[in-house]
Ligand binder design. Sequence first.
Ligand code: UDP
Length: 363
Amino acid sequence: MDIGKNPPTTCFEKWRKRLVLIPIPAQGHISPIMQLAKALHLKGFSITVAQTKFSYFSPLDDFTDFQFITILESLPESDLENLGKILLALKLNKECHVGFKECLGQLLLQHEFKEKQDELVPEFHPLRYRDFPDSRRAPLESITELYRNAVDKRTASSVIINTSSCLESSSLFCLQESLEIPQKQNSVIFVGLGSLALMEINEVMEMVSGLAASNQNFLWVIRPGSIRCSEWLESLPDEFIKWAPQKEVLAHPAIGGFWSHCGWNSTLESLGEGVPMICKPFTGDQKVNARYMECVWKIGMQVEGDPDRGAVERAVRRLMVCEEGEVTRMRAVTLKKKLRRSVRSGGSSHNSLEEFVNFLRTL
Ligand code: UDP
């Protein structure tokens, strides 16, 4: 039976065809079939011997090049005694139908992996298929099932991972996302540039590089049409966020900073949620708002001109990591409380609205 190529141990081995031999469970059959197997092996074939518990053959040194697999069946051992060889062989043929197909399936899968050994596994950069954890006694599916069980949130109230974010930050971030583990407070910088601002592709590249170099988690809304000459943005897959409910995002406890173009709505939303900003105004009143954020309310840090990746990285780290950022964040929370008081009954904004409504009633 041709089930594909053998593991590429040597140039010659790579092109061997594999034969699967199934001896009838009787010693008189096993010995000749093993001799046949040896002869075929010498002729250049790879050999797999499939057997059940009734014909279990312990591989001797002679057969180290052969692969032995066991077909699972559920016949009682007493059948050998009770049925005799012929009836047992007939019964085994029927019983082993499914088990044998499964064995073959696994075998084919193993070979297909083996053939792709040097390829990179998508989503697991830089791992190649050959780097995956393996075991002589269990297929890859069983190993991954074991790992999946270990992080099954239905049975585990918490998961401890024996690593550090400075070693595996992107994997840990993906894991947090897929397990929907709440993110650490103030650990993510949100990047949103409103509904109109346009960037040049080189500005975007500096921004991407700077954000990555800052080593901070970020969430960046890239609006289709917001980068000049980049129609490809329209067709980005769903993982790329093209529009976010900004006010709700800013209200999330994981958000520790907002890289903003300082549109007035964005500025108010950030103030209202107590999120400090990195201000990168583009045009119009955005420059006024940015200046107020930095110099008057002191809860924003302005980046001047067209920041290169170094400037982006420094600004992000200044807000997200440095003590100065922490102080700025505390001021933002204080101002948020003041703003909230102003819209409650008796607060200045609340009163102004009441006055306006009363005035309208007099007209
Ligand atoms: N906005 C949003 N999701 C986005 C981008 C923008 O909800 O992905 C909202 C944001 O919350 C704000 C408005 O769009 O209310 C943008 O107004 P702003 O004055 O900040 O900037 P503009 O778009 O006028 O430049």
